[in-house]
Design a binder for this molecule. Sequence first.
Ligand code: GDP
Ligand code: MG
Length: 331
Amino acid sequence: MAAVLSCFQADNRIKLGCCRFINGKGEIRIFNRIREGFSRTRQNIINKVESLVKSSRSLDEEFFEELEEILIGSDIGVMTTQELIRNLRQQVKENRMSKPEEVREVLKNHISSIMAEISEPLRFAEKGTTVFLVVGVNGVGKTTTIAKLAYRFKSQGKEVLLAAADTFRAAAIEQLQVWADRVGVELIKHHAGADPAAVVFDALKAAQARRIDVLIIDTAGRLHTKTNLMKEIAKVRRVIEREIADGPHEVLLVLDATTGQNAVSQARSFQEATGISGIVLTKLDGTAKGGIVVALARELKVPVKLLGVGEGLQDLEDFNSQDFAAALFTE
Ligand SMILES: Nc1nc2c(ncn2[C@@H]2O[C@H](COP(=O)(O)OP(=O)(O)O)[C@@H](O)[C@H]2O)c(=O)[nH]1
Ligand SMILES: [Mg+2]
């Protein structure tokens, strides 16, 4: 117990006092951080489902209609909501369910299974430098996420290098420099307006020469046209592929959870134009629309890998689908 207490004292980012041990070595999993990140979404879904359950006496048409409204309101997506309701109706029939309370468990299990299909951890190089390319439209949290990742990897004792391939605005390069200084990692940068592919080429050479473990590349989110932006990212990707045999190890698309269904259409555009291997969903701390995680999983089949739950360096969580479903439906 003393060890648990001291770990809480040592790590002041843990705001809630619940943890569980996974293995005998005392590895602690902070389930509540995920619950906290999804707290608004949870309140939105769970409170509404609870009050629906309490006010309904049977699983009638009205019940299903109201449930459908709640799920759509949390941004789970129309397609996914319809699938959930269809499955629920079927289970109600097959298992002769009549109590609204039983519904919560069915929803939780179904959401878990949708998420489990596409849950994957970050991919690293087997040897040599791991390269992460970070893409997404302006303001979603790319630069902040890169700082958080750099902080995480540096804390794990890895050598980290950043590359400022968002050369569109001078302020973007400066912003990344501020984060690099704060975290204590090097940044490869050129002047504003330089060719992003040239910055990336230099960064790759530097990473190899300096035996860097993880190189993280920031990209622009806005150019004169969407076509230009996509072309630019595709070119950067080609440079990485040419220089690093199995790179990029991740193309992470950053999406702002507060934009709701808009996130799904952004993901589609990037997936078509540049290909993406994982999603980072940011600003979950500020939205009740976290159901978007389910919509992304179901409609795009691209795994959500990380969650942004605040503006600080430690506010980044690995996404775990089972924890997500549990966090959403556990009191
Ligand atoms: N609340 C909250 N704010 C975030 C999160 N991630 C980024 N931000 C904020 O979103 C704004 C835009 O972030 P930035 O990294 O510059 O976005 P970029 O244009 O995609 O590089 C900044 O004010 C960040 O502090 C998050 O997970 N939660
Ligand atoms: Mg940026």
